[in-house]
Design a protein around this ligand. Structure first.
Ligand code: IMP
Ligand code: MG
Length: 179
């Protein structure tokens, strides 16, 4: 993709860098208070959540560990395939951890539902879900999210880790993608 097209397809900024920063500080403080003295494992779902995780852990002021899983439900575009594959799994035993799943966006909810089931079956001390973005109007499965930093309308968004066909993850804000 050339740089002109790259820029033209950014319709508008939906959530600014500052708005993201402010919310992350709030959530970081909350985790710091709620989990103080407990073994924490933050499990991030690649690739989209890596930027969010990187900023979130720096807002947490108590010891915590991180791990990565790879689960995909979108391929090369803006429509869900409806299929979720866990292509990379975490390696450690989670039964002695309070696990927090860190997700970029919940759309239909299929990806997360599968990940939650897999992790629950491994008996963590507790399991919570934090998502940067939530698109509740698109939900196809029932799901409990503990924290959503931003609830957004049914728009395809990119940036801050979120991609369209692998591009735009490097934008420091969340933008609406022009289809
Ligand atoms: P779900 O299984 O339908 O909830 O899809 C979740 C995954 O789809 C997310 O982790 C994203 O990778 C991707 N996704 C859903 N909506 C968007 C969007 O607006 N922009 C970029 N990726 C999205
Ligand atoms: Mg994606």
């Amino acid at each position: 993709m050339d740089t002109n097209e790259f820029n033209q397809r950014i319709e508008r900024i939906l959530i600014t860098e500052d708005e993201i920063k402010t919310k992350i500080q709030m959530v970081g403080n909350r985790i710091t208070q709620d989990y103080n003295g407990k073994p924490i494992l933050l499990v991030s779902i690649l690739k989209g959540a890596f930027v969010f995780l990187a900023d979130l852990i720096r807002a947490i002021k108590v010891p915590c560990e991180i791990s990565f899983m790879c689960a995909k439900s979108y391929y090369n575009g803006t429509t869900s395939s409806g299929k979720v594959n866990i292509t990379m799994d975490i390696s450690q035993d989670i039964s002695n951890y309070h696990v927090i799943i860190v997700e970029d966006i919940i759309d239909t909810g299929r990806t997360l539902k599968d990940v939650i089931e897999v992790l629950k079956s491994r008996n963590p001390l507790s399991l919570k879900v934090i998502t940067l973005l939530d698109k509740p109007s698109r939900r196809l499965v029932e799901l409990d999210t503990d924290i959503a930093l931003f609830t957004i309308p049914d728009l395809f968004v990119v940036g801050y880790g979120l991609d369209c066909a692998e591009y735009y993850r490097n934008l420091p804000y969340i933008a609406v993608y022009k289809e």
